[in-house]
Design a protein around this ligand. Sequence first.
Ligand code: HEM
Length: 207
Amino acid sequence: MKKVLIYKRFERFWHWSQATLIIFLGITGFEVHGSLEIFGFEKAVLYHRIAAYLLIALIMFAIFWHITTGEWRQYIPSFKNLRAQIQYYTKGIFKNEPHPTKKTTLSKLNPLQALTYLMFKVVLIPLVVITGLLYMYHRTIDDNNVVVVSDIDLELIAVLHTLGAFLLIAFLIVHVYMTTTGTTPTSNIKAMLTGYEELEEEEKNDE
Ligand code: HEM
């Protein structure tokens, strides 16, 4: 076993700030929706908009980071071992069987994680961001007196945005449970906090 750097500094910053913003957007969003009462409607709208812009800025940096470091390759889904991974989570894990795939710095996501996170990045996040922006600029008059978005039905935008919010919450619950399925119940969370994890293979790292 060797301690290796698995999550680099920016990656940890991006992960935890994204998590915080999504939870905050969930709380303020569901206050706008009418399900919660914490800040008051007007403040919830304002905070939701500020957090939304911060999330968009963070996503821009994250896209840049993934491209320039080549880390985007971690998310190319592989269907090899996907079945074994699903069987592990549904059966093997309860019989103390070993993990079907090995984690290394070059391949830190198992096939199920790669596929799930890819869908998160290319489907779910774009769904909430795009519907959120359409929501924000619906019938807004810009500096040139032009109505920004008018053709799309606001109710449809709101329903799709709320659907995205529910899917994000479902993702969060499953994601938190899955973090406990590493070598020890806290090893995955510790790795995302410190960057380091004890792995079997010897790896060379640079931060
Ligand atoms: C960049 C991302 C986002 C943008 C631009 C955005 C934008 C908006 C806007 C404009 C509204 C209508 C209230 C208002 O006028 O401010 C809204 C409502 C809402 N947002 Fe977001 N949002 C984003 C992300 C999120 C996330 C991540 C969640 C949940 C985790 C979320 C949950 C909600 C909910 C539940 C509502 C109430 C929908 C309704 O009842 O019609 N939003 N959002």
